[in-house]
Design a protein around this ligand. Structure first.
Ligand SMILES: [Zn+2]
Length: 320
Protein backbone atom coordinates (compact mmCIF):
# COMPACT_ATOMS: atom_id res chain seq x y z
CA UNK A 1 0.00 0.00 0.00
CA UNK A 2 2.77 2.39 1.04
CA UNK A 3 4.68 1.56 -2.14
CA UNK A 4 1.67 2.48 -4.28
CA UNK A 5 1.24 5.81 -2.52
CA UNK A 6 4.94 6.54 -2.94
CA UNK A 7 4.80 5.61 -6.63
CA UNK A 8 1.77 7.86 -7.13
CA UNK A 9 3.59 10.66 -5.26
CA UNK A 10 6.69 10.40 -7.46
CA UNK A 11 4.63 10.17 -10.65
CA UNK A 12 2.77 13.35 -9.65
CA UNK A 13 6.04 15.03 -8.69
CA UNK A 14 7.74 14.15 -11.97
CA UNK A 15 4.81 15.27 -14.13
CA UNK A 16 4.52 18.60 -12.29
CA UNK A 17 8.17 19.46 -11.80
CA UNK A 18 9.90 17.89 -14.80
CA UNK A 19 8.43 20.23 -17.44
CA UNK A 20 10.18 23.13 -15.70
CA UNK A 21 13.56 21.49 -16.34
CA UNK A 22 12.95 20.79 -20.01
CA UNK A 23 14.10 23.82 -21.96
CA UNK A 24 11.15 25.14 -23.97
CA UNK A 25 11.96 25.43 -27.64
CA UNK A 26 11.29 28.88 -28.99
CA UNK A 27 9.76 28.88 -32.49
CA UNK A 28 12.22 29.54 -35.27
CA UNK A 29 11.86 33.00 -36.83
CA UNK A 30 9.41 33.16 -39.74
CA UNK A 31 10.62 33.55 -43.29
CA UNK A 32 10.53 37.15 -44.53
CA UNK A 33 6.97 38.14 -45.36
CA UNK A 34 5.47 35.21 -43.43
CA UNK A 35 3.49 35.46 -40.23
CA UNK A 36 4.54 33.82 -36.96
CA UNK A 37 1.08 32.43 -36.72
CA UNK A 38 -1.04 31.48 -39.74
CA UNK A 39 -4.62 32.42 -38.83
CA UNK A 40 -7.08 29.58 -39.41
CA UNK A 41 -9.01 30.39 -42.58
CA UNK A 42 -12.05 28.21 -41.92
CA UNK A 43 -13.14 30.03 -38.80
CA UNK A 44 -15.56 32.78 -39.59
CA UNK A 45 -16.95 35.56 -37.50
CA UNK A 46 -20.49 36.82 -37.18
CA UNK A 47 -21.34 39.39 -39.87
CA UNK A 48 -21.67 42.10 -37.22
CA UNK A 49 -18.01 41.56 -36.24
CA UNK A 50 -16.47 41.78 -39.72
CA UNK A 51 -15.71 45.30 -40.89
CA UNK A 52 -14.85 46.24 -44.46
CA UNK A 53 -14.38 49.35 -46.55
CA UNK A 54 -16.62 50.18 -49.49
CA UNK A 55 -16.08 52.67 -52.32
CA UNK A 56 -19.52 53.86 -53.46
CA UNK A 57 -18.24 55.86 -56.44
CA UNK A 58 -17.66 59.03 -54.38
CA UNK A 59 -16.54 58.11 -50.89
CA UNK A 60 -14.94 55.25 -49.00
CA UNK A 61 -16.98 54.21 -45.97
CA UNK A 62 -16.45 51.51 -43.36
CA UNK A 63 -19.33 49.19 -42.57
CA UNK A 64 -20.05 45.78 -41.10
CA UNK A 65 -20.44 42.70 -43.29
CA UNK A 66 -24.08 42.64 -42.18
CA UNK A 67 -24.78 46.13 -43.54
CA UNK A 68 -22.71 45.47 -46.65
CA UNK A 69 -24.72 42.33 -47.41
CA UNK A 70 -28.04 44.10 -46.82
CA UNK A 71 -27.15 46.66 -49.51
CA UNK A 72 -25.58 44.10 -51.85
CA UNK A 73 -28.32 41.43 -51.74
CA UNK A 74 -30.93 44.23 -52.16
CA UNK A 75 -29.07 45.55 -55.22
CA UNK A 76 -28.29 42.19 -56.83
CA UNK A 77 -31.52 40.16 -56.44
CA UNK A 78 -35.20 41.19 -56.51
CA UNK A 79 -36.53 41.20 -52.92
CA UNK A 80 -39.62 39.39 -54.26
CA UNK A 81 -37.57 36.23 -54.93
CA UNK A 82 -38.02 33.15 -52.75
CA UNK A 83 -36.33 33.42 -49.33
CA UNK A 84 -34.11 30.38 -50.02
CA UNK A 85 -32.84 32.03 -53.23
CA UNK A 86 -32.14 35.23 -51.26
CA UNK A 87 -30.23 33.20 -48.66
CA UNK A 88 -28.16 31.57 -51.44
CA UNK A 89 -27.47 35.07 -52.82
CA UNK A 90 -26.40 36.28 -49.35
CA UNK A 91 -23.92 33.38 -49.03
CA UNK A 92 -22.60 33.97 -52.58
CA UNK A 93 -22.04 37.68 -51.86
CA UNK A 94 -20.46 37.03 -48.43
CA UNK A 95 -18.17 34.46 -50.07
CA UNK A 96 -17.27 36.91 -52.83
CA UNK A 97 -16.52 39.65 -50.26
CA UNK A 98 -14.29 37.28 -48.25
CA UNK A 99 -12.58 36.21 -51.50
CA UNK A 100 -11.78 39.89 -52.13
CA UNK A 101 -10.63 40.42 -48.53
CA UNK A 102 -8.52 37.29 -48.12
CA UNK A 103 -7.61 35.81 -51.51
CA UNK A 104 -7.60 38.41 -54.27
CA UNK A 105 -7.69 42.05 -53.06
CA UNK A 106 -8.81 44.54 -55.71
CA UNK A 107 -6.12 46.55 -57.50
CA UNK A 108 -8.74 48.89 -58.99
CA UNK A 109 -9.53 50.81 -55.78
CA UNK A 110 -8.09 51.23 -52.30
CA UNK A 111 -11.28 50.06 -50.58
CA UNK A 112 -11.96 46.34 -50.00
CA UNK A 113 -14.97 46.44 -52.30
CA UNK A 114 -16.82 48.88 -54.53
CA UNK A 115 -20.51 49.27 -55.30
CA UNK A 116 -20.25 48.57 -59.03
CA UNK A 117 -21.50 45.29 -60.53
CA UNK A 118 -18.99 45.60 -63.37
CA UNK A 119 -16.09 45.56 -60.86
CA UNK A 120 -17.16 43.93 -57.56
CA UNK A 121 -20.89 43.59 -56.85
CA UNK A 122 -23.73 46.11 -56.94
CA UNK A 123 -24.53 47.76 -53.61
CA UNK A 124 -27.27 50.26 -52.71
CA UNK A 125 -27.60 52.51 -49.67
CA UNK A 126 -30.52 52.38 -47.26
CA UNK A 127 -31.70 55.82 -48.48
CA UNK A 128 -31.74 54.59 -52.08
CA UNK A 129 -33.73 51.48 -51.11
CA UNK A 130 -36.27 53.53 -49.09
CA UNK A 131 -36.87 55.60 -52.22
CA UNK A 132 -36.99 52.56 -54.52
CA UNK A 133 -39.25 50.35 -52.40
CA UNK A 134 -41.46 53.13 -51.00
CA UNK A 135 -44.36 51.65 -48.99
CA UNK A 136 -42.88 48.15 -49.44
CA UNK A 137 -39.62 49.13 -47.66
CA UNK A 138 -40.52 47.70 -44.21
CA UNK A 139 -41.47 44.34 -45.72
CA UNK A 140 -38.67 44.00 -48.30
CA UNK A 141 -35.96 45.22 -45.94
CA UNK A 142 -37.12 42.69 -43.31
CA UNK A 143 -36.99 39.90 -45.91
CA UNK A 144 -33.44 40.80 -47.01
CA UNK A 145 -32.26 41.21 -43.39
CA UNK A 146 -33.65 37.79 -42.52
CA UNK A 147 -31.90 36.17 -45.54
CA UNK A 148 -28.60 37.69 -44.36
CA UNK A 149 -29.13 36.81 -40.67
CA UNK A 150 -30.28 33.25 -41.40
CA UNK A 151 -26.90 32.61 -43.07
CA UNK A 152 -24.83 34.73 -40.63
CA UNK A 153 -21.11 34.11 -41.21
CA UNK A 154 -21.63 31.29 -43.72
CA UNK A 155 -19.53 31.08 -46.88
CA UNK A 156 -18.24 28.59 -49.44
CA UNK A 157 -14.72 27.23 -49.52
CA UNK A 158 -12.69 25.08 -51.88
CA UNK A 159 -9.24 23.89 -50.81
CA UNK A 160 -9.66 25.83 -47.56
CA UNK A 161 -10.13 29.24 -49.27
CA UNK A 162 -13.24 31.33 -49.96
CA UNK A 163 -14.24 30.70 -53.58
CA UNK A 164 -14.85 33.12 -56.43
CA UNK A 165 -18.64 32.90 -56.10
CA UNK A 166 -19.64 34.32 -59.48
CA UNK A 167 -23.32 34.65 -60.36
CA UNK A 168 -25.47 35.93 -63.20
CA UNK A 169 -29.14 36.60 -64.01
CA UNK A 170 -30.21 33.62 -66.13
CA UNK A 171 -28.94 30.87 -68.43
CA UNK A 172 -30.43 28.79 -71.21
CA UNK A 173 -30.52 25.25 -69.77
CA UNK A 174 -26.88 25.19 -68.57
CA UNK A 175 -24.48 27.61 -66.91
CA UNK A 176 -21.09 28.38 -68.48
CA UNK A 177 -17.62 27.42 -67.23
CA UNK A 178 -15.22 30.10 -66.00
CA UNK A 179 -12.68 28.71 -68.48
CA UNK A 180 -14.94 29.43 -71.48
CA UNK A 181 -15.60 33.02 -70.34
CA UNK A 182 -12.43 34.15 -68.54
CA UNK A 183 -9.91 31.56 -69.75
CA UNK A 184 -9.39 30.50 -66.13
CA UNK A 185 -10.53 26.99 -65.22
CA UNK A 186 -11.86 26.69 -61.65
CA UNK A 187 -13.12 23.27 -60.50
CA UNK A 188 -16.29 24.70 -58.94
CA UNK A 189 -17.16 27.01 -61.86
CA UNK A 190 -18.07 24.41 -64.47
CA UNK A 191 -21.15 24.13 -66.69
CA UNK A 192 -24.12 22.68 -64.73
CA UNK A 193 -27.83 22.30 -65.61
CA UNK A 194 -30.16 25.13 -64.56
CA UNK A 195 -33.99 25.05 -64.60
CA UNK A 196 -35.13 28.54 -65.73
CA UNK A 197 -36.67 29.09 -69.16
CA UNK A 198 -38.81 31.43 -71.24
CA UNK A 199 -41.90 30.55 -69.17
CA UNK A 200 -40.33 31.39 -65.81
CA UNK A 201 -38.19 34.43 -66.76
CA UNK A 202 -39.55 37.63 -68.26
CA UNK A 203 -37.59 38.83 -71.34
CA UNK A 204 -35.71 35.52 -71.41
CA UNK A 205 -35.41 35.71 -75.20
CA UNK A 206 -34.23 38.73 -77.13
CA UNK A 207 -34.47 38.83 -80.95
CA UNK A 208 -32.61 41.48 -82.89
CA UNK A 209 -32.20 42.15 -86.61
CA UNK A 210 -29.12 43.88 -88.06
CA UNK A 211 -28.64 45.07 -91.64
CA UNK A 212 -25.19 44.91 -93.25
CA UNK A 213 -24.98 48.70 -92.87
CA UNK A 214 -25.74 48.55 -89.14
CA UNK A 215 -23.22 45.74 -88.63
CA UNK A 216 -20.46 47.63 -90.45
CA UNK A 217 -20.96 50.54 -88.03
CA UNK A 218 -20.79 48.26 -85.01
CA UNK A 219 -17.96 45.89 -86.02
CA UNK A 220 -14.62 47.65 -86.59
CA UNK A 221 -12.65 46.57 -89.68
CA UNK A 222 -15.43 44.54 -91.29
CA UNK A 223 -16.17 44.33 -95.03
CA UNK A 224 -19.87 45.11 -95.75
CA UNK A 225 -19.70 42.94 -98.90
CA UNK A 226 -18.17 39.85 -97.22
CA UNK A 227 -20.14 36.75 -96.22
CA UNK A 228 -22.78 37.74 -93.60
CA UNK A 229 -21.68 35.11 -91.10
CA UNK A 230 -19.93 31.72 -91.10
CA UNK A 231 -17.99 29.22 -89.02
CA UNK A 232 -19.97 29.33 -85.79
CA UNK A 233 -18.28 27.41 -82.98
CA UNK A 234 -20.06 26.66 -79.72
CA UNK A 235 -18.81 26.15 -76.15
CA UNK A 236 -19.70 23.01 -74.18
CA UNK A 237 -22.78 24.75 -72.77
CA UNK A 238 -24.02 25.67 -76.28
CA UNK A 239 -23.00 29.32 -76.18
CA UNK A 240 -21.28 31.06 -79.07
CA UNK A 241 -17.50 30.55 -78.77
CA UNK A 242 -16.58 32.26 -82.06
CA UNK A 243 -18.03 33.30 -85.43
CA UNK A 244 -16.90 35.19 -88.54
CA UNK A 245 -19.13 38.17 -89.36
CA UNK A 246 -18.54 40.26 -92.51
CA UNK A 247 -14.98 38.92 -92.71
CA UNK A 248 -14.09 39.56 -89.04
CA UNK A 249 -13.37 36.66 -86.68
CA UNK A 250 -15.01 37.40 -83.32
CA UNK A 251 -15.32 35.53 -80.03
CA UNK A 252 -18.80 35.20 -78.57
CA UNK A 253 -17.85 37.67 -75.84
CA UNK A 254 -16.60 40.21 -78.38
CA UNK A 255 -19.83 39.93 -80.34
CA UNK A 256 -21.84 40.34 -77.12
CA UNK A 257 -19.94 43.52 -76.26
CA UNK A 258 -20.05 45.02 -79.78
CA UNK A 259 -23.79 44.43 -80.25
CA UNK A 260 -24.71 44.88 -76.56
CA UNK A 261 -26.30 41.42 -76.39
CA UNK A 262 -27.83 40.03 -73.20
CA UNK A 263 -25.69 36.89 -73.31
CA UNK A 264 -23.46 34.78 -75.57
CA UNK A 265 -26.21 32.16 -75.80
CA UNK A 266 -26.84 33.49 -79.30
CA UNK A 267 -28.43 31.76 -82.27
CA UNK A 268 -27.64 33.38 -85.63
CA UNK A 269 -29.68 33.22 -88.83
CA UNK A 270 -30.15 35.18 -92.04
CA UNK A 271 -33.44 36.81 -93.02
CA UNK A 272 -33.81 38.90 -96.20
CA UNK A 273 -30.06 39.52 -96.21
CA UNK A 274 -30.09 40.75 -92.57
CA UNK A 275 -28.49 39.07 -89.58
CA UNK A 276 -30.95 37.82 -86.96
CA UNK A 277 -29.52 37.27 -83.47
CA UNK A 278 -31.66 35.43 -80.94
CA UNK A 279 -30.20 35.37 -77.41
CA UNK A 280 -31.51 33.48 -74.40
CA UNK A 281 -30.76 34.35 -70.77
CA UNK A 282 -28.82 37.31 -69.37
CA UNK A 283 -25.28 37.69 -68.09
CA UNK A 284 -21.96 35.88 -68.48
CA UNK A 285 -23.51 32.58 -67.42
CA UNK A 286 -20.83 31.64 -64.84
CA UNK A 287 -21.70 30.33 -61.37
CA UNK A 288 -25.13 30.67 -59.76
CA UNK A 289 -28.04 31.63 -61.98
CA UNK A 290 -30.29 33.93 -59.94
CA UNK A 291 -33.49 33.02 -61.77
CA UNK A 292 -32.41 29.38 -61.62
CA UNK A 293 -31.90 29.70 -57.84
CA UNK A 294 -35.41 31.15 -57.53
CA UNK A 295 -36.87 28.31 -59.65
CA UNK A 296 -35.00 25.73 -57.52
CA UNK A 297 -36.26 27.38 -54.31
CA UNK A 298 -39.85 27.35 -55.61
CA UNK A 299 -39.47 23.62 -56.33
CA UNK A 300 -38.61 23.04 -52.65
CA UNK A 301 -34.78 23.16 -52.56
CA UNK A 302 -33.12 25.02 -49.68
CA UNK A 303 -30.21 27.43 -50.05
CA UNK A 304 -27.61 24.77 -49.22
CA UNK A 305 -28.87 22.54 -52.03
CA UNK A 306 -28.99 25.49 -54.45
CA UNK A 307 -25.39 26.48 -53.65
CA UNK A 308 -24.20 22.86 -53.97
CA UNK A 309 -25.85 22.66 -57.42
CA UNK A 310 -24.20 25.82 -58.79
CA UNK A 311 -20.79 25.56 -57.06
CA UNK A 312 -20.09 21.79 -57.19
CA UNK A 313 -17.35 20.50 -54.90
CA UNK A 314 -17.44 23.49 -52.56
CA UNK A 315 -18.12 23.24 -48.83
CA UNK A 316 -20.37 25.55 -46.83
CA UNK A 317 -18.62 26.66 -43.65
CA UNK A 318 -19.07 29.31 -41.00
CA UNK A 319 -21.27 29.86 -38.05
CA UNK A 320 -23.20 26.93 -36.67
ZN1 LIG B 1 -14.63 46.96 -57.21
Amino acid sequence: MKKRILAAFFTALISTVLPFFVPSRSPSPPEPGKLWYEPPKRISAADSEVRLTLFDGDNVTELTMEDYLFGAVSAEMPASFDLEALKAQAVALRTYALYKLRVSPSDKHSADLCASSSCCAAWKSDDYLKEKWGADYPYYSAVIRSAVRATDGEYLIYGGEPVLAAFHASSNGATESSEAVWGRALPYLVSVPTPENAETVRSFEDRRVYSRGELSELIPGCDPDAELYSGEKLTDSGRLASVKILGVELTGRELRTLLGLGSTSAQLSEENGDLVVLTRGRGHGVGMSQFGADAMAKSGMDYREILAAYYPGTELVGQE
